[in-house]
Design a protein. Structure first.
Length: 82
């Protein structure tokens, strides 16, 4: 599921973005994960952690071992802890 909104009048931005966010907030509990390539600016780390679930700590360990400088940080980034 993806919620999309399109508009041309900048004066409508707050209203339409608010609608999209509130619609997602209502529907999010009915989803099972998150498609990481469509990450938005809204709290990306919470969504990344939630999507990977129990695998997240293992992925952080891999990131620490193979990308400690966070060179590969686009999209659904798993930040290193080192």
């Amino acid at each position: 599921m993806m919620i999309q909104a399109h508009w041309t009048d900048p004066a409508q931005s707050d209203e339409i973005i608010g609608w999209a966010r509130s619609t997602w907030a209502e529907l999010e509990s009915h989803t099972n994960g998150f498609y990481v390539n469509t990450i938005s600016e809204d709290d990306p780390q919470r969504r990344v952690r939630g999507t990977y679930g129990d695998n997240y700590p293992r992925l952080v360990a891999l990131k620490n071992a193979y990308d400690p400088t966070n060179l590969f940080r686009r999209n659904a980034n798993i930040a290193p802890t080192v």
